[in-house]
Design a binder for this molecule. Sequence first.
Ligand code: HPA
Length: 274
Amino acid sequence: MTYHQIATATAAIAAATNRDKHDIALVLGSGLSEYATGLPKAIEVPYERIPGFPVPRVEGHAGSLVSAELGGTNVMVLAGRVHYYEGWPLEEVVFGVRTAVASGAATVVLTNAAGGVGEGLSPGDLVLIKDHLNLTGANPLMGSNDDRLGPRFPDLTGLYNADLRLRASETAGRIGIDLKEGVYAWLTGPSYETPAEIQMIKRLGGDLVGMSTVPEAIAVRHMGSRVLAISLVTNLAAGISPTPLSHAEVQETAAAARSRFSGLIDNLLPHLVA
Ligand code: HPA
């Protein structure tokens, strides 16, 4: 993936949406793609029509870019993402968010479905990610660095922007949504974790566990934009949950939380413009 491919995709998006610039990008996680339907002044561009865009193959992940206008702000919604566990190289996994930043997004909001590890977390909870543990040993910046995209050795302190988290907490409080905060542990999947791995993650300080988000957050930071990330706890993690984990449970909990999730995002996006 090169600088040139990102520029080509950016130009294709501008042409297809008739919008030169998108100020904010929003990536929708498992079971949350429905948020993209019915947005104001929406223009949908299927990923396969954007040169270089990887197309998701997993059940429950759609694959469309939706450009919308919310309160005078152009928002690029990426409904569906590709995952490392599908076999995509990480530079492909982050192609969408890199294209969003190249399209003008100074703020990128990442969302996901996650397992709950921390005390007091329940399925249906919305949790702001305050930091992450990368337990995969992989990194989307491995390989030669293109200095036009960002530095060789980016600092990840404050990756999950404190000011954006404050705005998110204030918004949630105002509309009566309980928004917690936690540390997200990234594992490759696609198998869910073992109970022993979940105990390890808990001891390491992880509150949430999932298979996405971290590579995208790193790539967005690499390019100098701000990250806000929100997990929806779709299940208690392995060994904490009394029942076996299933993708169906993840989808069902996400569906049940849809209106709360949408309410939070609708109210939040206008407050995130840089
Ligand atoms: N583990 C990893 N990824 C997940 C989980 C989980 O328990 N739930 C949703 N995504």
